[in-house]
Design a protein around this ligand. Structure first.
Ligand code: 8YV
Length: 340
């Protein structure tokens, strides 16, 4: 008897993606499972759509797994691609599905910081009617200010386009020069140190890899202007959070806009929670209806291709370089999976 393959999704997926998946597979949606419960589901799963930490132990507990479809663009800190490749498991991601979406929230955080929007909102709700004199501090224009972008890849580029429309001067640092952005006059290259020193707003758009872990620490924070704002939409681990808390408390920088944290959810005793000069969002960079639909469709398409014995489209670069490989598990296709 033929059994339908099993897809485990850690995210509630858009109905268009569910439709594609359900044509060929049983889909189990498990948004809030503990690690143990997730592993129980993975024991007979053929595909994972999610953001779990996929290491060797995870793979040992998922013997039928053929594809890890990472629900997002930053997979480097979550998925052991090497271990997946050795076992013939595809790793895919969702490049381009969320670049503009993340860039929009980046601009949102920049504007929140420059104009103290959350503070102003709280003021209207709690105090405005009883204050005689206006006690709100003045905000800042962002026009004419320097935006430093760490990492001018897909997302950084979209941020630059939007910041340019606001009249900002854009500098960037990356290990690879972005000649397109330079030729378009969108952004100028600066060394890492120059970028730290020159930025009024400094925004991070690099993946979390060993080279970028704690790339912004005490030394870097001390190089920044005292009037500068730091924005992190990438991964918490890129900033030394303890050093950042010190910098914010002691005024080495003016403030921060953070969507990502070293530990997520942010623990309730984090000093960041009480700080007035920070704007905090709960890792929602890609969380719009449109982006989540695009992400779900990309993941679903890749999962279905693998279950049909085809190569997925959005393979992560480390694996694409190693293709074609002979022994991909997905080559069997779903119809070859019969129970006894
Ligand atoms: C998350 C992200 O994947 O793309 C990324 O790297 O951080 C996000 O899109 C998504 O929020 C699930 O955690």
């Amino acid at each position: 008897m033929l059994v339908r393959p099993k897809v485990v999704s850690q995210f509630k997926l858009h109905q268009d993606a569910m439709k594609i998946l359900e044509e060929v597979a049983e889909v189990v949606v498990v948004p809030s499972l503990s690690h143990e419960d997730l592993m129980a589901e993975m024991s007979d799963a053929d595909a994972l759509i999610g953001a779990a930490k996929v290491d060797k132990a995870f793979l040992n507990g998922a013997p039928r797994l053929k594809i890890v479809a990472s629900f997002g663009v930053g997979y480097q800190d979550r998925v052991d691609v090497e271990a997946c490749t050795e076992r013939g498991i595809f790793v895919t991601y969702t490049p381009n599905a969320l670049s503009g979406t993340v860039a929009e929230l980046t601009m949102g955080l920049i504007l929140c910081l420059a104009r103290a929007i959350p503070v102003a909102d709280a003021y209207v709700r709690r105090r405005w009617w009883r204050s005689k004199a206006k006690s709100l501090p003045l905000g800042l224009d962002i026009e004419g200010k320097t935006l430093g972008i760490l990492g001018l890849g897909r997302i950084g580029y979209e941020v630059a386009k939007r910041a340019k429309a606001f009249g900002m001067r854009i500098l960037y640092y990356d290990i690879v020069r972005n000649s397109k952005a330079e030729e378009e006059g969108l952004a100028s290259y600066a060394s890492f140190e120059e970028l730290l020193k020159a930025s009024d707003f400094f925004t991070i758009h690099v993946p979390l890899i060993p080279e970028t872990r704690k790339m912004i620490g005490e030394r870097e924070l001390r190089l920044m202007k005292r009037s500068a704002y730091l924005i992190n939409m990438a991964r918490g681990g890129i900033i030394d959070e303890e050093a950042l808390c010190k910098a914010l408390a002691e005024g080495w920088i003016a403030g921060a806009g953070l969507d990502v944290f070293t530990i997520e959810p942010l623990p309730k005793d984090s000093p960041l929670i009480k700080m007035k000069n920070v704007v905090l969002t709960p890792h929602i960079g890609s969380a719009t209806v449109e982006a989540r639909r695009r992400m779900a469709l990309m993941n679903a398409t890749d999962v279905v291709r693998v279950l049909r014995g085809e190569e997925p489209i959005n393979i992560v670069p480390e694996q694409r370089r190693r293709l074609p490989l002979k022994a991909w598990k997905g080559r069997e296709g779903p119809l070859a999976m019969s129970s006894d």
